[in-house]
Design a protein around this ligand. Sequence first.
Ligand code: ADP
Length: 264
Amino acid sequence: DVSCRYVRGVGAVQGGAVLVSFIDVTPVEQAGQMRRDFVGNVSHELRTPLTAIMGFIETLRGPARDDAQARERFLVIMEQEASRMNRLVGDLLSLNRVESEERVRPREQVDLSAQISSTLNSLGPLAAEAGVELISEGPDHPVSLTGDTDQIRQVLTNLIENAIKYGGSGGEVRISLSEVDRDPAVRGPAVRLRVTDRGPGIDPIHLPRLTERFYRADSHRSRQKGGTGLGLAIVKHIVNRHRGRLRVESELGKGSTFTVILPR
Ligand code: ADP
């Protein structure tokens, strides 16, 4: 199917026969396109808050110069926009780190139960603000696995934070941890971590692309909630790096479940 691929051809005439050799450069072109899309997305995501900040600076220098109330209001917005940029840069750095370390095998002993408790503590205020109850279920004994503590912590934070952000106010978010002797996804003993919310759910058409960088199922809501569009891309990379699997199940109007399966 040469017609729909990028090819470079070299032709030669030899003793009346025509020899043509093609090299399929589709993967190279695709990588180039992905890089261009990525740079375009990053620039757009950074430029939006930057433009807002510059606009407010101009207003503060001009029309709102002597208006103390407006100054306070604008400073709050400028701070929010600056922290959006800060979050984006933080997520870009995390993504860069996990992408470049993809082939390194994580070797630390991670106490998953302890990491869940401490993540729930850190996210407590966010959940309280959203009126969300965090419920954690799991075995009585500590569950651990071999991995990278910081990265596992990031997976927990991103998934639970999303469940709080998108799970609808006043609902509950359930975090359940279990151990199985064999999970077909990792072909052996595994730990399963499930984060379930009872929010509006995700339209099935979005599911295959949800872990792509900057992909948002609901762009307006993501931006309103301060999302960068990189959280699930980071989760996917970390889970892959731990030779695990990420599964997303969702039903509109019912909620979503994100399951991480990691080899023990
Ligand atoms: P963001 O920073 O926008 O939250 P993510 O990569 O973490 O980016 O998530 C990608 C998109 O997936 C989000 O923008 C949101 O539309 C959707 N999403 C993620 N988690 C949930 C959830 N628990 N319920 C509904 N939608 C979700």
